[in-house]
Write a protein that binds this ligand. Structure first.
Ligand code: PRP
Ligand code: MN
Ligand code: MG
Length: 174
């Protein structure tokens, strides 16, 4: 365990940004109900904090996906490990992610969810690493664009650890 975590975005910065996004979503969806779809596990911390900052009616659902083995990863196919409990038909859906990296997970997921007939479908991510993009994804709400560093915290893991950090840190290996 010879790694150190350096703070990239402090708890205050992240919380302030989430509050801002919540206010923006509340404006954009005034008079409607939003249905937040959390992509487990990374999206979970962000979704809970964001949901608290949204003032229009909110409903929630969760799904879990995993990429196929590394050889087929370039195909961008993801496997649904846990599907949503409820249909999306007629709902104003916002998919909540912790990070968009290559874009493979989200591009596949958004295409799949679109076919379920939501009234609208948007993507909200806390972090975006544009340098790493392989597949084009349209992101509607972004917290922070960050450089290509290995980041953890606020839902993001390194080997399943550090998700619970209340800030975003960079893993420094020594
Ligand atoms: C990470 C992250 C996104 C996805 C982004 O999830 O939380 O869901 O990868 O990568 P991409 O843009 O290259 O597709 P991960 O598969 O690590 O699962 P986790 O959320 O359970 O950690
Ligand atoms: Mn994830
Ligand atoms: Mg992960």
């Amino acid at each position: 365990m010879a790694e150190k975590i350096r703070v990239l975005l402090s708890e205050e910065e992240v919380d302030a940004k989430i509050k801002q996004i919540g206010e923006q979503i509340s404006k954009d969806y005034a008079g409607r109900q939003v249905h937040l779809v959390c992509v487990l596990k990374g999206g979970s911390f962000f979704m809970c904090e964001l949901a608290k900052r949204i003032t229009v009616p909110v409903s929630l659902d969760f799904m879990s996906v995993s990429s196929y083995g590394s050889e087929t990863k370039s195909s961008g196919v993801v496997r649904i490990v846990k599907d949503l409990d409820e249909p999306l038909k007629g709902k104003n859906v916002i998919v909540i992610e912790d990070i968009v990296d290559s874009g493979r997970t989200l591009s596949y997921l958004l295409d799949m969810l679109k076919d379920r007939g939501p009234e609208s479908l948007r993507l909200c991510t806390l972090l975006d690493k544009p340098e790493r993009r392989v597949v084009d994804v349209n992101v509607d709400y972004t917290g922070f664009q960050i450089p290509d560093k290995f980041v953890v915290g606020y839902g993001l893991d390194y080997d399943q650890r550090y998700r619970n950090l209340p800030y975003i840190g960079v893993v420094e290996f020594e």
